[in-house]
Design a protein around this ligand. Structure first.
Ligand code: FES
Ligand code: FES
Length: 158
């Protein structure tokens, strides 16, 4: 089928089989390999991208379901070549180790801050509960999300 979608602000037209998963379109056809595949069962959150601003598992979404919609992957998060404040926060708070889960964590954080610019810790933990990390542990990740709140709101101090 003929797919028209927008990925990281760029209009995309492609002929794709109807059964093509979004993650395969991203990784295999568009070389956007920042989106990670792990469980393939909508459990781990590694493959998270934003669809019209909402987090979705690209391993469980058909590419054609993005027809005429907006997809954001980790490659589209930086701002004019500079790290997004959320990415900076993950670096500053050591919210990553191997980095495999990080694209999904960053995108999930972006979706949280878009709907709630000042989430409390309980809200943060509930929101990132959809994303699993196998190595860093969740304290630095929660701290990274808290730092994201500060940096995004441009407020000084800890
Ligand atoms: S690879 Fe998609 S949720 Fe785990
Ligand atoms: S940093 Fe390795 S899986 Fe999260």
């Amino acid at each position: 089928m003929q797919l028209q979608t927008t990925i990281n602000g760029k209009p995309i037209q492609a002929e794709v089989p109807a059964e093509t998963l979004l993650i395969d379109l991203l990784r295999d056809d568009l070389d956007l390999t920042g989106t990670k595949r792990s469980c393939d069962m909508q459990i781990c959150g590694s493959c998270t991208v934003l669809l019209d601003g909402q987090p979705v598992s690209s391993c469980s979404l058909l590419a054609y379901e993005t027809q005429d919609r907006q997809v954001l992957t980790i490659e589209g998060v930086s701002l004019n070549g500079s790290l997004h404040p959320v990415q900076t926060a993950f670096l500053q708070e050591y919210g990553l180790q191997c980095g495999f889960c990080t694209p999904g964590m960053v995108l999930t954080t972006l979706s949280l801050l878009a709907e709630n610019p000042n989430p409390d810790e309980e809200t943060i933990r509930a929101h990132i509960g959809s994303n699993l990390c196998r190595c860093t542990g969740y304290y630095p990740i929660v701290n990274a999300v808290k730092k994201s709140v500060q940096l995004t709101n441009n407020t000084p101090g800890d």
